[in-house]
Each structure stands twice: as structure tokens, then as C-alpha cells.
Design a protein around this ligand. Structure first.
Ligand code: 6PG
Length: 239
């Protein structure tokens, strides 16, 4: 019974679209509307985005949307600890595909700095993140086939700290065993400190992972489960 009521509650937050482009267009419209309202109500707005391949059409569409971008701060849910011009850098992706066109006026807050390791650079990242008013207006998460979100990977020693609901840190250094590069990731606490929390996924495989994550079980197995258990995640999906 509890599984079915959990599923029903989750279904109310599911936004299904015909294909990835329709999904990206609708998501860009929703996010733009939130950012516009935030600027109108509070003078500033904030947007947290993810790396990976899924957000590309969303970034493209959002970048061409007229908004008071000069009042919008943009940062990442996670970053690989590589220079900002490295092919695997999420910042590079965001600078090339989101912070262009109309969105070129947004203020970008980087999750990487000159420190040799994310452990050494973490405090500076924390200070950079503190320049963005919280709660974040919109957080758009991605998810891997292993159930990771941001850089909160299963089987990493840092996962317990990353999922600590009482953490006072907004970000933490992560050394994934199953993915390249040391990382900087937002903590679950920071991710949940948001007005709108979106999970943007495509494909049947990720839908199945999402369904598994709705089942009761440890977040250490599928870290996205910890976000879903908050009951606040909107799932935006297309085949
Ligand atoms: C990263 C991401 C990560 C990503 C998922 C999904 O930098 O690795 O932020 O959490 O969102 O791995 O990636 P895809 O969209 O490429 O499947």
C-alpha cells in the first residue's frame, strides 16, 4: 500500500513528453517562467544545472529565451576537477551552450578553481556558492544509469557526507570509483535547498532506474533515491 501511494504521489510530479526536443522546450519554458518570477519578486534569480549530454537541447532553447539574465546566477550541480577549457568540463559545456545568445549576460559561478585537488579547493567553492542567495530558484538534476545524481555516486566513500541531511556544507569533494575525474558536487542538503527541484531524464533505461529508485531501499544503492524521498522532485522525461 505504501508503495502504491508513493507511486501515485510521484506520478503527480511526472511530466512526460513525446521526445527529447519537446521535453527540452517545455522545460526551458518552465524554468524561464520561474526565473522571471524570481527576478520580479526578489530582484535576483538562481539556476543550478547539470552536465552530461541530456541537457544540451534544454540549454540551447533556454539560452535563446529573453529574460533579465543580468540578474540570474547560474552554477552547476557538479563539476569535474579539470581546467574550465577541458573537453570533460561541465563549465565548458555550460559556457558554450547555455551562456550564449540572450543568456550571455548571466553571472556564472564556477565549481572549479586553481587548487590541485577538489579537497584543497572546496572552501573556495563554498565561498563562491555563498554569493548565490538561497534557496536556489531552480535546480535541474541529471541522473546516471547507476542512479547517481550530481556527483553523488554509489560506492564512494564521500557518499554518506554528501547525503547528510544536516550537512552545513553546500559542496564536497568526491573521488568516484566508477567515473573519470575527481569532482566537486553539491551536497544533497544544498540540492534540496531549492524552490523547484527537477530531474531531467530521457530514455527507457533511465525511466526504469527512476522506477527502481521510487521503491524503498538504501540511498547508497541509488543516490537519486535520497532526493526522491524528499517528495519534492519533479521528473521531466521523454523516451
Ligand atoms: C556529470 C553530471 C551527471 C549527469 C549524469 C547524466 O557531470 O557527470 O552532472 O550527474 O547529470 O551523469 O549524464 P547524461 O545526461 O550524459 O546521461
Amino acid at each position: 500500500m505504501s508503495t502504491s501511494s508513493t507511486s501515485n504521489a510521484a506520478a503527480e510530479r511526472e511530466h512526460r513528453h513525446a521526445d527529447p526536443q519537446a521535453l527540452a522546450d517545455a522545460l526551458a519554458e518552465r524554468v524561464a517562467s520561474d526565473l522571471r518570477s524570481a527576478v520580479a519578486e526578489r530582484g535576483t534569480a538562481s539556476l543550478v544545472v547539470s552536465g552530461g549530454s541530456t541537457p544540451r537541447p534544454f540549454f540551447d532553447r533556454l539560452s535563446r529565451t529573453e529574460l533579465p539574465w543580468q540578474h540570474v546566477a547560474v552554477t552547476l550541480a557538479d563539476e569535474r576537477w579539470v581546467p574550465a577549457d577541458h573537453p570533460d568540463s561541465n563549465e565548458r559545456l555550460v559556457r558554450k551552450t547555455l551562456l550564449v545568445e540572450a543568456a550571455a549576460d548571466a553571472r556564472f559561478v564556477s565549481l572549479v578553481n586553481d587548487a590541485a585537488t577538489p579537497e584543497a579547493g572546496r572552501d573556495a567553492c563554498e565561498r563562491a556558492l555563498a554569493t548565490i542567495p538561497r534557496p536556489f530558484d531552480v535546480v535541474v538534476l541529471g541522473m546516471g544509469g547507476d542512479g547517481h545524481t550530481a556527483s553523488l555516486f554509489p560506492e564512494t566513500t564521500e557518499l554518506t557526507a554528501g547525503l547528510d541531511p544536516f550537512s552545513s556544507d553546500a559542496c564536497l569533494a568526491v573521488n568516484p570509483k566508477t567515473a573519470p575525474h575527481a569532482r566537486m558536487s553539491l551536497t544533497l542538503r544544498a540540492i534540496l535547498d531549492s524552490r523547484r527541484l527537477i530531474l531531467h531524464i530521457t530514455g527507457d533505461g533511465k525511466w526504469d532506474v527512476y522506477q527502481r529508485a521510487l521503491e524503498p531501499g538504501p540511498a547508497s544503492e541509488l543516490p537519486i533515491r535520497a532526493a526522491l524521498q524528499s517528495g519534492r522532485v519533479e521528473v521531466w522525461w521523454a523516451p
